[in-house]
Design a protein around this ligand. Structure first.
Ligand SMILES: [Zn+2]
Length: 249
């Protein structure tokens, strides 16, 4: 082999080696950055999900009543609202406490024969009224149907301005809705007497503008602290001095 051929051969070998080195560099250069990029991406995704899920799981329990509020008047208070129909259907027959008798018609000037039994009327979203609507002019005084304790004053979407009153024997809740205003000095934890003015008839909540009436409901409670949870009783016979049945009996 001539010297020239040898030089050419070694030059070719050097070139090849250079090319191989460059190829190796490029491969190495390509793969190394890829891995770090991929890592951050995969780490981010789960982190985001965790963060997103956390805030959503904070429920806001509203300490309010929902219950019987179903009606045109239904108060919006909310939570443990167990509605009447289902639980009562399976409940054993119950006798009414003394606090269910001797009730005063809770709107001044309304006579028993003027009352209409609207307890079983259908309301929106498949609900049953479970209450009586007592029609009266806006501003007519609303009086306590019996002695008791004001346990909650609540602004509800459906019921508007509402009052939850517990009977002196802790067995019943008397519920007044669509009120125009509370009587002066009415507060939660106040004891009221039968016939005492506690509010004024109005059209708040979903009563409809100008459709002034008192939405009045009564339910039996088992736990005095859970004033919103109970079995409905038709106020109509009670306000007419008759016996009433517990819903579902
Ligand atoms: Zn009503």
């Amino acid at each position: 082999m001539s010297t020239r051929a040898r030089i050419l051969l070694s030059a070719a070998i050097i070139l090849l080696a250079l090319a191989a080195f460059v190829w190796w560099l490029s491969v190495r250069y390509r793969t190394t950055p890829v891995t770090p990029v991929a890592l951050p991406n995969t780490n981010e995704a789960p982190a985001e999900n965790v963060n997103r899920a956390a805030p959503t799981t904070t429920p806001t329990p509203s300490a309010n009543a929902n219950n019987n509020v179903s009606s045109a008047a239904t108060p919006a208070p909310t939570p443990p609202a167990t509605n009447t129909a289902e639980p009562s259907a399976t409940a054993p027959p119950q006798s009414l406490p003394p606090s269910a008798s001797g009730l005063l018609i809770p709107v001044v000037g309304v006579r028993p024969e003027q009352l209409r039994d609207t307890y079983n009327e259908a309301r929106s979203e498949g609900r049953v009224h479970d209450a009586i609507d007592i029609m009266a002019a806006c501003g007519t005084p609303v009086v306590a149907a019996a002695d008791g304790l004001i346990v909650k004053l609540f602004q509800s979407e459906r019921g508007g301005t509402t009052i939850y009153q517990r009977s002196t024997d802790d067995k019943l809740i008397y519920y007044y809705a669509h009120l125009k205003a509370y009587a002066d000095g009415l507060t939660e934890n106040k004891t009221v007497r039968r016939g005492e003015t506690i509010a004024y008839v109005g059209d708040t909540g979903n009563a409809g503008p100008g459709n002034c009436h008192l939405h009045f409901a009564i339910w039996l409670i088992t736990d005095p602290k859970h004033y919103w949870d109970g079995q409905n009783i038709n106020p109509y016979p009670l306000l007419r001095g008759q016996r009433s049945e517990v819903r579902g009996q």
